[in-house]
Design a protein around this ligand. Sequence first.
Ligand code: ADP
Ligand code: MG
Length: 626
Amino acid sequence: METKEFKAESKRLLDLMINSIYTHKEIFLRELISNASDAIDKIYYKALTDESLTFDRDSYFIKISADKDNRVLKITDTGIGMTKEELENNLGVIAKSGSLAFKKENDLKDGYDIIGQFGVGFYAAFMVADRVTVISKALGSPEAYKWESSGAEGYTIEPYEKETVGTEIILKIKENTEDEKYDEYLEEYRLKGIIKKYSDFIRYPIKMDIKENRLKEGTEDEYEDIIEEKTINSMVPIWRKNKSELTSEDYEKFYSEKHYGYDKPVKHIHIIADGAVRYNSILFIPEAIPFDYYSKEYEKGLELYSNGILIMNKCADLLPDYFSFVKGMVDSEDLSLNISREMLQHDRQLKLIAKNIKNKIKSELLDLMKKDREKYEKFYKSFGRQLKFGIYNDFGSNKDMLQDLLMFYSSTEKKLVTLDEYISRMPEEQKYIYYAVGDSVERIEKLPQTELVAEKGYEILYFTEDIDEFAIKILMSYKEKEFKSVSSSDLGIDTPEDKKEDEAEEKENKELFDYMKNVLKDKVKDVRASKRLKQHPVCFSNDGELSIEMEKILRAMPNGQDIKADKILEINVNHDVFDSLKNAYESDKEKLDLYTNLLYNQAMLIEGLQVSDPVEFTNDICRIMK
Ligand code: ADP
Ligand code: MG
């Protein structure tokens, strides 16, 4: 028997591995299984070129067996095996000698995915085992060898008896500690779970002896334990299957098995890309909002596989924030299994995949909108808000990507419409896309400000969500048509004659309005004769960028208390109320003060704003009742 020390670097790495506060110790099994699968692949590829070899699928497998009493876990494969030299070179030395330097250069934090950083999967065994034995017989070699190590001290190597070609990894599982229950790596259900989670799509069967308590044959109440060898992994992943073989139910089953959501997705997207970057992907557009979706806790991302092996549960770099609701997976042969999170961010392949996916999601959503409006609306009810946030965020840099996906409730259609549909219906003389803002469709319907635009027969989009107007201000225009609030002081629908008439009217009543403005002081920017009001006596309109609705939203936020929209009090000069104002101006200024304050507070209430002194307001009403 030969006893050897590990090379200095391997020693330090082992230390790190054994003492790491690594939280996913379970991945040791993923690493050992993927090595076994690699070893079988090697025989398979050899058989392709070597005529003396035949590859009979049935004789290639991986087997996991646990012996609880002796705390032994065994991973056996029928792969290519290792010679004595290979055992020494592959397991005794770290092939990629730059890996520790890599950690230092990149200042990686402790507790980080060490496997990912170093690409030294085999060493992961030492996270759960205090002794690792490898018995291997290489293809074409008459002898077998046993390699054994208890960690940092070094390893021994000696000839051993083994009949068949392949490798057996024997782990002596650690005793439980206070923090860590190593026992679980000997439990059938736990091992099955780990295999399913990480290695379900390994191309070769992963077998386990499964114990079942069954009714004894020929008896009615006698049970016996029967041990049967079963294949745990499903081997062919659904995303590698032919699209034509798959039904919607298959995709839905996959969606729920993967726990992507409890709902039924409105759409699945299956991508098989074979161009500049090769990958397979299955994506889902969910119907329902996950309970934590609009919170900080929600984590976006897609599962990332390298050639069928899961390397990351939620790869955030694959999805832009505005499509964070998308669920699914990506599998690419072009990605290395041992790639780290940091490296992923700079990976060219990954960037290409992300870009591809993003465009695909958009085109599929547009397609859904055209072909199945009902489903699109279901989706939009859940995630439309996220699309609008997407327009608002990053200074509008994604607006081209997202604007066609937007929908708003329409005053004339009485349902959700797209901006494109709105534009296509616009009469020729209409210059703007009109919108009105309020808490609900019902409330907006009653807004006095909509009267003139509605009378013109123009369609009005109703903005009922906080984000709507903010997003539209960033969007500014759609297909060269600007957006305009029905509350804006200049609606852009006057004819030149109207303008003249207005000016004359304004002059006539200037003193009255100046007086009223003086009563209200800074509360309003101006008091004017209204051009838009038909039935209602009074309303606010709005100058400048900040609307009254935006004021409401911003004021509800911390630090937003001083924000104020420029309000213009508009008076309907054709309303009876205006005669009362004129009379009061002539004969009773005190009354005019009272009326002015009342009208102002009415306009406040119509906007859903709070009257600053409700007691005074009710007293004022009582005064006119007397
Ligand atoms: P990697 O898989 O990234 O090369 P590992 O540390 O997981 O790194 O494995 C080191 C090497 O040991 C492998 O490249 C392979 O040559 C060899 N090896 C590990 N496990 C087996 C096995 N079950 N059969 C044959 N060779 C193996
Ligand atoms: Mg490996």
